[in-house]
Design a protein around this ligand. Structure first.
Ligand SMILES: [Zn+2]
Length: 372
């Protein structure tokens, strides 16, 4: 009963305020009529996709008045009006009440609206004008398959932050987000672990090598005794011994399993030469991928970009496809631990990795064309 009363009061407020709001402290924001030339940022809050309202309004030239005292926004364009309030799933659309499945929210100090509002209300009420800006479609990722390796798991939690954030959970969540993004691009994915279980490094390497994937991406979170250290970095495999010696040793221990295996039964020397080629190529490609990832992340997250490093990570050492190990951030740094706890930041990291992979796949395509 009390809830209904509150609701009625809120509705009355929503109806009345547009005429009285000028008496209150109001903020007039986002009234641009020129559509912004960039895509709308999206956030994942408790698994629901949200968009900043101000960005939507900018894009469609919708006027937005925001009353900071009661966290209520008033949208208008031509004769259409929408009133909505942060924390409430009830909205007014041209003076009719509508219930959303998820409430309007505040994120990073700005009002955000669930995807349902964008699709079922905003896009219908304020459609994109025919002449409006359309972002150029992104070039599809030209990779067939990617193996995603979420570091640690099960009884191996990896690094643990001061406030209890466990590396294994962060890694798996980003891995899942990356999988969804890659699938949406039509790229097949395979996990080395899909849940919270312990998988030995040798098994991870085997999964990667049997997968026939074009890329191997291992996701980790960092820790350091110095709590001030923070940032994003990418490692590629650095050989511990000369590539040719390593190739010879591999040829001795593993027999090449190539399609149309003209070399099956051939000498170990010949196999070593082929392994040498595989190692040299995949290392160069791994470095290329690592640089693409850092360039994209530099533009998309505020974190320090610590750069590309070579390392002798066991998980990368035996992997024959181009591969990188990404340290997405430091759980030992209080600020980064807080960020890494949020779905929105993990989503941005996953999207950044996706764009790094896209850049890499474009560069690889260029190399292929120019070497023809
Ligand atoms: Zn780790």
């Amino acid at each position: 009963m009390k809830k209904n009363k509150n609701k009625i009061l809120f509705i009355i407020k929503l109806f009345l305020l547009p005429t009285t709001c000028c008496l209150l402290t109001t903020a007039l924001i986002g009234c641009a009529t020129v559509p912004a030339p960039s895509a709308i940022p999206a956030y994942s809050i408790n698994g629901v996709t949200y968009y900043p309202l101000v960005s939507l309004c900018d894009l469609r030239g919708v006027e937005m008045q925001y009353d900071t005292l009661i966290s209520t926004a008033y949208l208008s364009k031509d004769s259409k009006r929408v009133n909505l309030r942060a924390g409430d799933a009830l909205i007014l659309v041209n003076d009719s009440i509508m219930h959303l499945s998820y409430p309007i929210d505040i994120y990073h100090g700005t009002i955000v609206v669930p995807k349902q509002f964008k699709e079922q209300v905003f896009d219908i009420l304020f459609p994109q004008a025919a002449s409006a800006y359309k972002p150029a479609p992104k070039e599809k990722i030209k990779l067939r398959k990617v193996v995603i390796d979420a570091g640690h798991g099960g009884n191996d939690p990896g690094a643990i932050g001061k406030n209890g954030l466990r590396e294994k959970d962060v890694n798996l969540d980003i891995a899942r987000r990356l999988r969804d993004l890659l699938r949406a691009e039509g790229v097949q994915t395979e996990f080395t672990r899909s849940n919270d279980k312990f998988v030995p490094l040798s098994t991870r390497v085997n999964i990667a090598n049997k997968s026939g994937a074009d890329l191997f991406i291992s996701i980790h979170s960092n820790a350091n005794r110095s709590r001030s250290l923070s940032g994003f970095e990418v490692y590629y495999v650095a050989p511990t011994i000369s590539d040719s010696k390593r190739a010879y040793m591999t040829a001795k221990s593993v027999s090449l399993n190539l399609k149309n295996a003209v070399i099956s039964g051939s000498s170990q020397d010949l196999q070593a030469i082929i392994w040498d080629m595989i190692y040299t190529n995949s290392r160069a490609e791994s470095i290329g991928l690592a640089h693409s990832l850092c360039r994209v992340m530099d533009a998309s997250i505020d974190a320090n970009i610590l750069g590309v490093k070579g390392a002798r990570f066991q998980v990368l050492k035996g992997v024959r496809t181009p591969g990188v190990l990404i340290e997405v951030g430091f759980v030992s740094n209080l600020n980064e631990e807080k960020l890494l706890r949020t779905g929105a930041y993990r989503q941005r990291l996953a999207e950044g990795i996706l764009e790094g992979v896209r850049k890499y796949s474009q560069e690889m395509a260029l190399v292929e064309v120019s070497s023809r």
